[in-house]
Design a protein around this ligand. Structure first.
Ligand code: DAH
Length: 358
């Protein structure tokens, strides 16, 4: 019985000394597990004489119950303590200041392209795309750009080294080649706009070697200059959000249109202050014209049956005018402070439903 007392003390010490549920489980196994000390002693009962077996059996059973009860209450206590510790560790301190908001901004170029697309999308134009690396034919020849045109010269255009299919390739100098690709690959009528990157050897406060344009093309039967004017006047007034914005068409020249025009909007430049709207001055904002019959023929389209108009605008220039951005080079400097100032919230997507939302 002395042995049993010692065993009792040892087992209870192990149970009460367990500092976490894993240690407690170990104590349980070493006492009550299959090969635990109490289980082994229970097995030894069979070899005892009946008298001894009875008293030893009772004592062992009592000890077993005592140990099991002690394990159970220790387990509850340890589980509660572990739960409390977990809750403490995960506690949210509601007095901490909120984290700074890190909402991204939409770049003014993307915003401006989205706005142009929203306005012209309302007039049923769909977006078309083409490659940045063009061949000479799509970029120049098919657009009726003559061999001596300045755009073809080394110092104006980025030519790629080497040749592809016996031809030297260019970084497209405008988005107009996508007119050609669209007309070659489909059947009229066409009503597309082409936002995209364009490239020229130029660098100053209003020019960058890479910039963006949106080209427009509408081809159908019985299209005339009135359609061109209506479409672009409507566009300018929606884009600058001014119902009575003065818009004028000034005769000009582009090889791919005939007749050609440049579109000016009204402005004032009083006391060094530039303002868009009614005034005594004009500002050129885009080029346009009736598609030259030669261009239609180059694309296999019958110029007697089909006519149409085209236009092209510089995205940076429009963004600078609309949002008062003074230097074009800042568009590409990826300065986050600049983007925070001039950028747009992603939640303010342009829409033409009820006017252009801003
Ligand atoms: N491609 C011209 C340029 O880059 C812009 C342009 C002018 C496009 C008149 C047109 C147009 O489609 O009709 O300067």
């Amino acid at each position: 019985m002395d042995d049993l007392n010692t065993l009792r003390e040892e087992l209870m010490a192990a149970v009460n000394g367990a500092t976490d549920t894993a240690a407690l489980e170990e104590a349980r196994i070493s006492a009550l597990g299959k090969k635990g000390r109490l289980s082994v002693m229970m097995k030894g009962l069979g070899a005892m004489d009946p008298e001894e077996r009875k008293s030893m059996g009772q004592a062992l059973n009592a000890l077993k119950t005592e140990v099991a009860d002690a394990i159970e209450s220790a387990k509850t206590a340890l589980e509660n303590a572990e739960l409390d510790a977990g809750l403490d560790a995960d506690a949210v301190d509601v007095t901490l200041p909120v984290r700074p908001q890190t909402e991204g901004r939409i770049h003014p170029i993307s915003q401006t392209i989205d706005e142009i697309t929203a306005i012209l999308g309302e007039m049923s134009f769909t977006v078309a795309e083409g490659p940045d690396i063009e061949d000479d034919w799509h970029n120049f020849t098919a657009l009726n750009i003559p061999p001596d045109h300045p755009a073809r010269q080394e110092h104006d255009t980025f030519y790629l080294p080497g040749e592809q299919d016996g031809e030297r390739m260019v970084l497209r100098t405008h988005t107009s080649p996508v007119q050609i690709r669209t007309m070659q690959n489909g059947e009229p009528p066409f009503r597309i706009i082409v936002p995209g990157r364009t490239y020229r050897c130029d660098y100053d406060a209003t020019h960058s070697p890479m910039f963006h344009q949106v080209e427009g093309l509408l081809i159908d039967e019985a299209i005339h200059m009135g359609h061109l004017k209506g479409c672009l006047i409507e566009f300018c007034r929606a884009f600058f959000d001014m119902d009575d914005l003065p818009v004028r068409f000034r005769a000009s020249y582009f090889p791919f249109t005939e007749p050609s025009a440049e579109v000016d909007i009204g402005c004032t430049r009083e006391g060094g202050q530039f303002r868009i709207g009614h005034g005594d001055d004009w500002l050129e904002i885009l080029g346009c014209g009736m598609v030259n019959p030669k261009v239609l023929e180059n694309c296999g389209i019958d110029p007697v049956k089909y006519q149409g108009f085209a236009f092209g605008m510089g995205v940076e220039r429009l963004a600078m005018l609309k949002y008062g951005i003074p230097d074009l080079r800042t568009f590409y400097e990826t300065d986050l402070r600049w983007l925070k100032h001039y950028g747009f919230s992603a939640l303010d997507m342009p829409s033409m439903v009820g006017g252009l939302n801003r």
